[in-house]
Design a protein. Sequence first.
Length: 99
Amino acid sequence: MNTFEKICEVVKKIPKGKVATYGHVAFLAGNPRWARVVGYALHVNPDPGTIPCHRVVNREGKVAPGFAFGGGDFQRQLLESEGIIFNSDGSIDLKKYGF
């Protein structure tokens, strides 16, 4: 399995209503230094319907402004539709919603 496939397998496991950071996905995929690679892998997500890349946020619990599948506002809408509540600063409480 290549690096992108490992990352996608981890992201598939993030349940509805939960998020993971790029760094946590990298760690679970086998290398905590792959956080940027996680971003690259998700940007070319071959199957957004199966690989829920919208559930991956930055270390501050914020959405990606350059979310590849509709922008940060769309990513936020997807997460809110799963019951995730954003703080007033636009972040997500990772202790409450973290995977």
